[in-house]
Ligand binder design. Structure first.
Ligand code: HSE
Length: 311
């Protein structure tokens, strides 16, 4: 019994929506093939450009807690052999670990006929994020699983998926590095003041409104209006201002960190020109970067024809 699924990358936070907003993008993505067996050990094999960043021991992956939770709630024993063609660069801020956790949750739900709803699958997939971030944040897994723009309440697990209009483009610049999402979360305050709460709640709401309606001016202010998380994290990224300036100059409506960074992304209402963005980045001294031009994806994890990626 096998299944292959494609799981899109996702961009969490979107500025003011720390842990509550996330958007799936069409590229990059991972292809995750899961084979179910009885007996033996769980195994994983990563292939592709980024495979050397990843563990060869299944227990060290974000998928392990997901598999354990399926065994626990269904009360059955099974093993998985997982092969992943890794298109999403790990630790880049594009929800690489969340995409695989969402993929295996989706795959097991199908292979085991578990019939779990989206809320349960998000909760289970988010357990995988604990391995990466120390706490089970749900934003990346929810967007990879469902696609679109997902608004999630991480306290209750309630969520809404919003389909985005088709006019947006996203330009992601992967540059620099971060210690880990766990470390990037440790930097954040445990409590926030009322003014920051009001500021971020207002801008997160305006962000959703403007993404749906296409109101450029509101979207610009909202996307770049976080007063709690981004001011702290951006200080750690020397490339932050360079990339932000370059993408704005290239015509982005707004630019902000992708998840915990180090990538930044800009939202455009036209197809941005790769050459001119590269020129603007390089004119500002940035040499070592990967530029991705992509689009929001209203489609989340979905089955693709079985390919034995091992062969
Ligand atoms: N909301 C999470 C964070 C996303 O910012 O830590 C991590 O990709």
């Amino acid at each position: 019994m096998s299944i292959c699924v494609r799981s899109p990358a996702s961009i969490a936070n979107l500025g003011p929506g720390f842990d509550i907003l996330s958007m799936a993008i069409t590229e990059p993505y991972d292809v995750v093939c899961v084979k179910l067996t009885h007996g033996g050990d769980d195994s994983v094999r990563f292939i592709g450009e980024y495979s050397h960043y990843l563990p060869s021991n299944f227990r060290s992956t974000t998928m392990h807690p997901v598999v354990e939770e399926f065994r626990r709630i269904l009360g059955i024993n099974f093993n998985v052999h997982v092969t992943i063609w890794k298109g999403i660069k790990p630790a880049s801020g594009l929800g690489s670990s969340g995409a695989d956790a969402a993929a295996i949750a989706y795959a097991l739900n199908k292979l085991l006929n578990a019939g779990l709803n989206h809320k349960s699958l998000i909760r289970i997939a988010a357990l995988g994020e604990t391995a990466a971030a120390g706490v089970p944040h749900m934003d990346n897994v929810a967007a990879s699983l469902l696609g679109g723009l997902v608004i999630i309440n991480p306290v209750t697990g309630d969520f809404v998926k919003v389909d985005l209009p088709s006019n947006y483009w996203v330009s992601v610049v992967i540059a620099g590095s971060k210690p880990s999402t766990r470390e990037m979360r440790k930097l954040l305050p445990n409590a926030v003041g009322m003014n920051d709460l009001k500021n971020n709640s207002a801008y997160a709401s305006m962000l959703v409104y403007s993404l749906i309606t296409g109101n450029r001016e509101v979207l610009s202010r909202a996307l770049m209006g976080d007063s709690i998380v981004e001011p702290v994290r951006s200080r750690l990224y020397p490339h932050y201002n360079v990339v932000k300036e370059a993408l704005l100059k290239a015509g982005a409506i707004g630019v902000t960190l992708a998840g915990a960074g180090p990538s930044l992304f800009g939202i455009f209402d036209f197809e941005p020109d790769r050459e001119s963005i590269s020129g603007l980045l390089e004119a500002r001294g940035l040499r070592d970067y990967v530029l991705i031009i992509t689009r929001p994806s209203n489609v989340g994890v979905h089955e693709v024809p079985y390919e034995d990626l091992n062969t």
